[in-house]
Design a protein around this ligand. Structure first.
Ligand SMILES: C[S@@+](CC[C@H](N)C(=O)[O-])C[C@H]1O[C@@H](n2cnc3c(N)ncnc32)[C@H](O)[C@@H]1O
Length: 243
């Protein structure tokens, strides 16, 4: 509620007209900077509120992700765009032999220590700050992407998905957690989040199952299986061709 009620977030929504007319981010129109730049460079207090909001939404999902996936088949999991580490902490907390890598922008992972410490997993997590468009940490067998794909347009997603496909071990898997946009014209929570992506990022959007399949194929990936997780779906991706 602190995120939804923040003056800067309300200012973004007050420029919905700009996004609807132009198809571009209202954040730039309202705040004078792209969404991520505003949160990380221009207004760190807003960034702290946003990171806490992501921790809260992760908290809704994390128990289910930790339980519903067979983590015993994994050894080293990297949470790409993993924020301050809430989801990764829950998974490692439930699976004591698993090791983790927390990867996000440097200013975001800098805030992860209290989260990892309170979960008692600090000694099993490598914290790495970086840009997933440049490269991601190498050699993990699972890569998590929760609420990342919906932040970006297809070309951008293909760039970081391809980086992960290159970085993961031969039989590695990518776990993508997202809403799936229904094909029908009725109400669905994914449509609210779709508008949130539009006003915040401009290029971000929710996708239908067919749109996900086409996107993953462009990055040389295919769906191995899907699992419903609360309101979202977890896509488990493998390389479309063995390297
Ligand atoms: C919607 S949040 C999701 C956070 C987390 N996965 C979760 O579900 O709580 C998107 C995350 O992507 C990170 N991010 C944005 N651009 C990035 C980049 N170029 N490289 C790495 N992380 C990035 C943000 O800092 C933010 O933590």
């Amino acid at each position: 509620m602190r995120f939804f009620g923040s003056e800067w977030h309300i200012a973004i929504w007050n420029r919905l007209d700009h996004s609807v007319r132009s198809g571009t981010s209202a954040a730039e129109a309202a705040l004078g900077a792209p969404f991520w730049e505003y949160l990380t460079a221009k207004n760190p207090d807003a960034g702290a509120v946003f990171d806490a909001a992501m921790e809260s939404t992760s908290a809704v999902q994390m128990g289910v992700v930790a339980r519903k996936y067979d983590w015993d088949t994994a050894t080293r999991v990297c949470d790409v765009g993993g924020g301050t580490g809430t989801l990764l902490s829950a998974i490692l907390g439930a699976h004591p032999s698993l090791r983790g890598v927390l990867f996000d922008l440097p200013s975001v992972v800098a805030k992860s220590k209290p989260v990892l410490d309170s979960a008692g997993v600090t000694d099993r997590v490598e914290v790495i700050g970086g840009d997933f468009f440049a490269a991601v940490p190498e050699g993990c067998d699972r890569y998590l992407l929760q609420a990342i794909v919906h932040d970006w347009d297809d070309d951008s997603c293909v760039r970081f998905l391809s980086n992960i496909r290159e970085a993961m071990v031969d039989d590695g898997r990518i776990l993508v957690l997202e809403f799936v946009m229904p094909e029908h014209d009725g109400d669905h929570f994914a449509k609210t989040i779709d508008l949130e992506m539009l006003v915040d990022t401009g290029a971000g959007r929710e996708r239908t199952r067919a749109e996900f399949d086409a996107l993953f194929a462009r990055a040389g990936l295919r769906v191995h299986r899907t699992t419903p997780i609360a309101l979202t779906t977890m896509f488990e991706l493998e390389r479309a061709q063995v390297p």
